[in-house]
Design a protein around this ligand. Structure first.
Ligand SMILES: Cc1cc2nc3c(=O)[nH]c(=O)nc-3n(C[C@H](O)[C@H](O)[C@H](O)COP(=O)(O)OP(=O)(O)OC[C@H]3O[C@@H](n4cnc5c(N)ncnc54)[C@H](O)[C@@H]3O)c2cc1C
Length: 506
């Protein structure tokens, strides 16, 4: 059995650590921050408990499978609660759609909110999306990316026609969806991978399919509980989790990963290193020399994913009857993507962005009755203070963040959700804050974006060019979002097992 060091205690790192510990390896997780969870962060202020990152769990079977594979079932340690309304969408024309959390109810809800025939349009689209899912799930989402695997997929002509790699997500939507509001709804899903629907591949149709097929879920007490139970699972299996431990170098000896060097100068030997830090960090800073040059070039060729601007609002007497999740759509979605990705002018904070609000109805996250712990998120350009890293904004510019937060509260009020005189206190988290908290370059939530037909190939693979070094998490294959990050951990654990069994260099 091997000595394994995992660099980073995000969901990807903890999930990989749990699987490798369950396989009998000696596992140490090193996390630079004071808490585990990474982007799945928690902020507690005066009895208000805020999730600072994810607010929505999809594909719950991935989480369940992880716990089942590493010991006691998930249900023993964590409650997952299915939402009856997945999300309330308010469109620019004022139409309101409560999207049901059960797929069977979706067509009727679309007909009722948007007009007859809309349910059938969406169902036809989801039929195609499901076919794409069936084709890509095994060879892509659940396998290490490899040129051979992609070649195999590309030889099956029917599969290629289904996935339509030449088509954008928006292009695919246009073939099925006549109602502009349904197209807007579809565009939104591109942002779940940090991408622009005009440039993201049609294969992202799998995102709404997966969300609606398996529903939208919440964790009472906040999603941050997932990180807590993952850490506990690693420790129950004999693994060690150290916080406040920043890795500054992955050590290589005789051409293999041999351990890590920490910021305090100490070193830790290992047979296997699993890097959960952002791939751009791993190849840009942690891995010395020429070994990482090619991977670095691939990352540099891809468009970084979008970032997010977050408001955590502690509210007194919050407006009644709010859904758990709601989206107030931008009047001009294209302008939003242009601003975020720096098209038609430099990258800029979006003037009138789509606003996402999560308002959990959960006594465990508030200090008492008549209070609310709200999470507000809008898409934002990445943090790029000196313009050296491509399209971005200096989010630390004096006054910018607070002024933008005020603007968002005004915008919410304009769109019918006025909480301005109910805010007991607020916390603003910019892309620069995410960068500082989680060492995520520019605060790009998902590493590289899916913009462009070649994006999946430019995304860093789970097996690095250095034997014994593996990459896990949202900036590596198969991508970001909690379920994919956990699938990434499964792929890495399988690779370690396979490389062990074959006696191959890892
Ligand atoms: C605002 C926001 C909203 C989101 N909403 C959702 C949602 O609703 N649903 C969903 O599924 N997903 C959502 N996501 C995405 C999801 O949070 C991420 O895809 C996922 O948590 C990433 O996990 P990870 O393990 O890949 O990386 P991270 O969470 O970034 O973990 C990496 C860890 O490595 C540590 N680290 C980095 N460098 C070092 C080093 N040198 N030494 C030691 N430690 C290091 C970091 O501190 C961090 O803890 C959201 C993300 C954000 C930011």
């Amino acid at each position: 059995m091997s000595r394994v060091v995992v660099v980073g205690a995000g969901v990807g790192g903890l999930a990989a650590a749990a699987r490798l510990a369950a396989d009998g390896h000696e596992v140490v997780v090193l996390e630079q921050a004071d808490a585990v969870g990474g982007k799945l962060g928690t902020e507690v202020v005066d009895g208000f408990v805020f999730d600072t990152g994810p607010s929505l769990v999809t594909m719950p079977w991935v989480l369940e499978e992880l716990f089942a594979a590493t010991g006691a079932p998930l249900a023993d340690v964590l409650e997952l609660r299915r939402l009856a309304v997945a999300c309330r969408y308010t469109f620019p024309d004022g139409t309101v759609l409560d999207l049901p959390g059960d797929l069977a109810d979706v067509p009727a809800a679309l007909d009722a909110a948007l007009g007859p025939g809309r349910g059938a349009q969406w169902t036809a689209f989801l039929g195609r999306a499901r076919a794409v899912w069936d084709v890509t799930r095994g060879p892509f989402l659940e396998s290490p990316i490899s040129a051979r695997g992609m070649l195999r997929l590309s030889r099956r002509l029917g599969d290629v026609a289904t996935v339509a790699p030449w088509r954008s997500l928006r292009g695919l939507g246009a073939r099925y969806l006549e109602d502009p509001r349904l197209r807007l709804l579809l565009d939104r899903y591109a942002t779940y991978t940090g991408s622009d629907p005009r440039a993201a591949p049609a294969a992202l149709a799998t995102v709404p399919w997966a969300e609606q097929a398996w529903g939208s879920w919440y964790v009472p007490g906040g999603l941050g509980r997932i990180a807590e139970v993952l850490r506990a699972r690693v420790e129950e299996l004999g693994g060690e989790v150290r916080t406040g431990a920043r890795v500054v170098e992955v050590l290589v000896a005789d051409g293999r990963a041999a351990g890590v060097r920490l910021a305090d100068g100490t070193t830790l030997d290992a047979d296997v290193v699993v890097a959960n830090a952002d791939a751009a960090e791993v190849y840009g800073h942690l891995l010395p020399g020429r070994r990482a040059a090619r991977a670095r070039r691939s990352i540099a060729r891809a468009t970084p994913s979008l970032a997010g601007f977050v408001l955590l609002l502690a509210l007194d007497d919050p407006p009644a009857d709010q859904p758990h999740h709601q989206v107030l759509f931008a009047e001009d979605y294209d302008e939003e993507f242009d601003a975020v990705f720096g098209r038609r002018g430099p990258a800029r904070p979006v003037e009138r962005p789509t606003v996402y609000v999560s308002a959990p109805d959960d006594p465990a996250v508030v200090p008492g009755p008549e209070t609310g712990a709200w999470f507000v998120l809008v898409n934002a350009p990445r943090h790029d203070p000196d313009g050296s890293r491509g399209a971005g904004v200096d989010w630390d510019a004096p006054g910018l963040a607070e002024a933008y937060a005020d603007r968002l509260l005004d915008l919410m009020a304009e769109r019918g959700l006025d909480v301005r005189d109910r805010v007991r206190h607020r916390t603003v988290l910019t892309p620069a804050d995410l960068e500082r908290r989680t060492s995520t370059p520019g605060g790009s939530i998902y590493g590289t974006s899916s913009n462009g037909a070649r994006a999946a190939f430019l995304r860093p693979a789970n097996r690095s060019p250095v034997p014994g070094l593996y990459l896990v998490g949202g900036s590596a294959h198969p991508g970001g979002g909690l379920p994919l990050v956990m699938l990434s951990a499964r792929i890495v654990a399988d690779l370690v097992r396979r490389d062990d069994a074959s006696g191959q260099p890892r």
